[in-house]
Design a protein around this ligand. Structure first.
Ligand SMILES: NC(=O)c1ccc[n+]([C@@H]2O[C@H](COP(=O)([O-])OP(=O)(O)OC[C@H]3O[C@@H](n4cnc5c(N)ncnc54)[C@H](OP(=O)(O)O)[C@@H]3O)[C@@H](O)[C@H]2O)c1
Length: 244
């Protein structure tokens, strides 16, 4: 039996792309899932069916992480009744524009989802997790938050904010047995990157390929595993060498 058998993982933004691959990876290693989405219920149901096909339980929850009250309503009582062992904050959006043209809506839209969402989710589940005195929190940041990217001042700010939040939270909760880390993907083939000019991007990546969703999921799965885990407060790049 896997060490994680019958434990619960919350994957926020688990219906598509990287989050879906993370949810499947965790299901394969024995976790039951709470899988969340915002709009695309059909995608969430298809992920749920795949997870149930692996023999794990999966509950799907629809809410907008930018909405504190909705996030709390979806998660707080559930977490009190059954605290998740692993929480992966993966929900994120990009609304790229050069700073001179960036609208307040573009700035706010990204910060509210990608950074405020982390507060809303973690705050809703942290007390019951602390009572368990063990667990994992993983935030999905980005290479953009580590080294910046033109046209992404809003996104880079939010993703760098996650890295700072993870470090501070790691210092708060480490002694309670909660391990907190960030994973920073580079360019990964999902809907979010579908419009990128890959002929110009690939020469910047030493491994000469875009990452796959499984590349990211493997690292998150490792961080959520039990074995000899001494990684805490770190940001692990999954970027093919794009940033070193
Ligand atoms: N793809 C990349 O190259 C790349 C690189 C670095 C970092 N990342 C980060 O990795 C994460 C996943 O990216 P991805 O490419 O897999 O994205 P994606 O395919 O667009 O999937 C995003 C997921 O997040 C959910 N979501 C988005 N906004 C939400 C909100 N306000 N409330 C609740 N759920 C929300 C979506 O649900 P719905 O479909 O229902 O809206 C979906 O499940 C993001 O945080 C992204 O910033 C991606």
């Amino acid at each position: 039996m896997a060490e994680t058998e019958n434990r619960l993982a919350l994957v926020v933004g688990g219906s598509r792309g990287i989050g879906r691959a993370i949810a499947l990876r965790l299901a394969r290693s024995g976790f039951d899932l709470w899988l969340t989405y915002r709009r695309d219920r059909a995608a969430a149901e298809s992920a749920q069916a795949e997870i149930e096909g692996l023999g794990r339980a999966c509950e799907i929850l629809g809410f907008d992480v930018a909405d504190d009250a909705a996030t709390r309503a979806a998660l707080r009582d559930r977490a009190e009744a059954r605290p998740p062992h692993a929480v992966v904050f993966n929900a994120g959006v990009a609304r790229d524009n050069l700073m001179v043209w960036m609208t307040k809506e573009e700035w706010d839209g990204v910060l509210r989802t990608d950074l405020d969402g982390f507060y809303h989710v973690v705050h809703a589940v942290l007390f019951p997790m602390l009572r368990e005195k063990r667990g994992r929190i993983v935030a999905i940041s980005s290479t953009s938050g580590q080294i910046g990217q033109a046209g992404q001042v809003n996104y880079a700010a939010a993703k760098a904010g996650l890295i700072g939040a993870v470090k501070a939270l790691a210092r708060e909760v480490g002694r309670k047995g909660l391990l907190v880390n960030a994973v920073a993907p580079g360019v990964v083939g999902t809907e979010m990157t579908a419009d990128l000019p890959m002929d110009r991007v690939l020469p910047l990546i030493p491994l000469q390929r875009a990452g796959t969703v499984e590349d990211v999921a493997a690292v998150v799965g490792f961080l959520c595993s039990e074995e000899h885990m001494y990684i805490h407060g770190q940001t692990i790049g999954v970027n093919g060498g794009l940033a070193m």
